[in-house]
Design a protein around this ligand. Sequence first.
Ligand code: MSP
Length: 516
Amino acid sequence: MSDATPFYITTPIYYVNDAPHIGHAYTTLACDVLARFKRLDGYDVQFLTGTDEHGQKVEKAAAAAGEAAQPFTDRMSGNFRDLAGTLRASNDIFIRTTEHRHKIASQAIWKALVAAGDIYLGSYAGWYSVRDEAFFTESEVTKREDGARIAPTGAECEWVEEPSYFFRLSEWQDRLLAFYEANPDFIGPQSRRNEVVSFVRGGLQDLSVSRTTFNWGVPVPGDDAHVMYVWLDALTNYITGVGYPKTDGDFFSRYWPASLHMVGKDIVRFHAVYWPAFLMAAGVAPPRRVFAHGWWTNEGEKISKSLGNVIDPYDLIERYGLDQLRYFLLREVPFGNDGDFSHRSMVQRMNGELANDYGNLVQRTLSMIARNCGGELPGPGHFSPEDTGLLGEIYGLLEPLRSAMDRQAFHEALEDIWRVIRAANAYIAGEEPWALRKSDPERMGTVLFVAAEAIRGLALATLPFMPDASHRILDQLAVEPEARDFAAFGKAGTLNPGRALPKPEGVFPRYSGEEA
Ligand code: MSP
């Protein structure tokens, strides 16, 4: 196995009750960008995504579709797998909770919890929201005018009364608080961390972890009348994916604990409270970090099926392009905050930042080389302070990028990159290479070389965000495939002066279609 540092990153596994939408695409893209960044930076990455296929919500959706649960989930899971492909997600693992290996893993963690004395049989009487697949106490629900009980998430609850196994969550309060204290980076962003800590400080109740009124789930070992609570089953996917219950295997010991579980803000409690408690109780190390991103609205409105304003990622890709969508989603809002999708700002960023700032830099440099240097990359002469200034900015870019990416501050990484794009544009405007063609061709060659070197660094930096466009830029600079990683970042000499370059062609089209 490689001696590179392991990095294991996961998306939530998606419920297969409905078609994938922009929310799913967002979480997957954010993980993909980070997975690609870490690979380029020399890490040994495992990137997991997949589908959450058990539980009442999925069972009901299958029934509504008039299908048996298994063929229904097979079909629906395929849609999520297709979306990952369309998004060019570079996941190494696609897991489904209806796989045999996952049943084995879920039953193994159950047995470990029983062996630890953390599970007992009782009976549950309380509210349950099928939409959230979550239990709510009397004090958490509110009564709507028609008498229906509503969870804090806005979902309708039903009354559930049934025999149930419980997990002794109430006994984990102090250990969880000590764990958060010892691991200040366990939850990001800080606001979510505060929320979780105050929730746990408020006291924890034992958690119902099995159901008996339906059977679409993993059977409880030794008691077939129960299926495991879907969240216990679902969370376990993260360890199934790396080989649990074979904890002494190479794979598990290499990749677990996970470096990062990326989740939406709605599912922080499951990941940052229940999951570490389950794991610690089962004698397995908790993950290193959970980061919760915000939610998208559509042109200012909450996205919902009933409003009919669900955003289909395929539509956006068709209209604007995949790299454009990837860029927009990670640039538009500080990662962790909520964001509003609007066609206006999508087009503004696509035309202003991609076509104008980045696209023009690449396009005008490469076409000057094509026109004035016979299509061959010019060699540099003596470097002026302006040249070394720009080269310094490029070579200095990697460190701030690493820092931003380790904090999941994607927007900040892109701002850092765009600062250098603007500096490169200002450099070209100041050096006026077009005016040097006759007066000082050697100086013109140096300026175009420096600009090309800046573009090489920028294209490496944008590879995780916009893989297609960035590779096309590197193609146009004739950068060898093996020099397309961060080890080559600050390595001058990767560009070969005298080398014939392919005919330049634009990489970032302007959006000229109709405003939506
Ligand atoms: N199955 C659970 C996760 C289990 S992980 C062990 C689940 N699935 S989900 O399909 O409902 O949601 C998956 C992700 O999509 C969540 O992280 C959620 O936050 C995200 N989003 C759903 N709607 C969203 C937006 N409108 N905007 C951004 N992300 C949103 O939860």
